[in-house]
Design a protein around this ligand. Sequence first.
Ligand code: ZN
Length: 95
Amino acid sequence: MRTPPRSLMAAAAVPVALAAAAAVLKAGHWKLYADRHRIHLTPVARRSCPDCRGAGGWWAGGPFPEMEACGCWSERRELHIRLLPVPARFDEPPF
Ligand SMILES: [Zn+2]
């Protein structure tokens, strides 16, 4: 049995390694997510916030309590940068 050349095997291994490479970094008041398709920077709640004290929100009273987001993170902008297009998936039925 003949084995494929090493360069072909290495070329096949590179996309697998890149697909698994993703990084999540939380520093300061921001959370950074990065992989080969996107870089996403989202704000997180501040520990020094006098309203939520880092929890990000609070529960509103009433018979159906809802979580209200604190303005220390919800009013700040997100940054989303697309890098490589996400390939279309054809494994779903068309209808
Ligand atoms: Zn807050």
